[in-house]
Design a protein. Sequence first.
Lengths: 116, 115
Amino acid sequence: GAVVSQHPSRVICKSGTSVKIECRSLDFQATTMFWYRQFPKQSLMLMATSNEGSKATYEQGVEKDKFLINHASLTLSTLTVTSAHPEDSSFYICSASRRLAANEQFFGPGTRLTVL
Amino acid sequence: AQKVTQAQTEISVVEKEDVTLDCVYETRDTTYYLFWYKQPPSGELVFLIRRNSFDEQNEISGRYSWNFQKSTSSFNFTITASQVVDSAVYFCALAIKAAGNKLTFGGGTRVLVKP
């Protein structure tokens, strides 16, 4: 149980285009979802926290107009990288937690974004 | 603000050696959770352990063991009799209940186990 999927696993896009990444909780209702970014050989950095039905809360330094997060249902959150540039190339990982176990996050397998 | 420090960036050992990964955390909150994750080359994070701030019992799971000491704000991880499959990056992380359980990760320690 507690499986989180991400789609796509890899994406290559041209500079200036937008890319959408989906994060789904497959067998539980995710009241909260988190989005992380990991540059090569670095640690994970939290980008934003989203609760179902409300606006995402972004960490300091993360542009909310560039990284659009939608958490429209209890099983789906999306991250859209708008007008992507090569410096946005990174590994994006989502996680999800349940209402009654908020201290436990289940991680997706990650999405590797390459912007040419 | 909270912080997690993993002083060792990379450790190289020969198979069957023990390896200990250090983790030091900083927080003023009294209710928090500590985690260890393994990240193999595939990139997917593998959960290893969660420990809450009120439980200082050490834990052993197979070849893995953890030593939690609140007095020194440390949560160290030992792999006994290392194997090549243990080669990965290991992250220590901290979640504060009052901050919505957002995870703060340490910088990670890359473990290379040579045959």
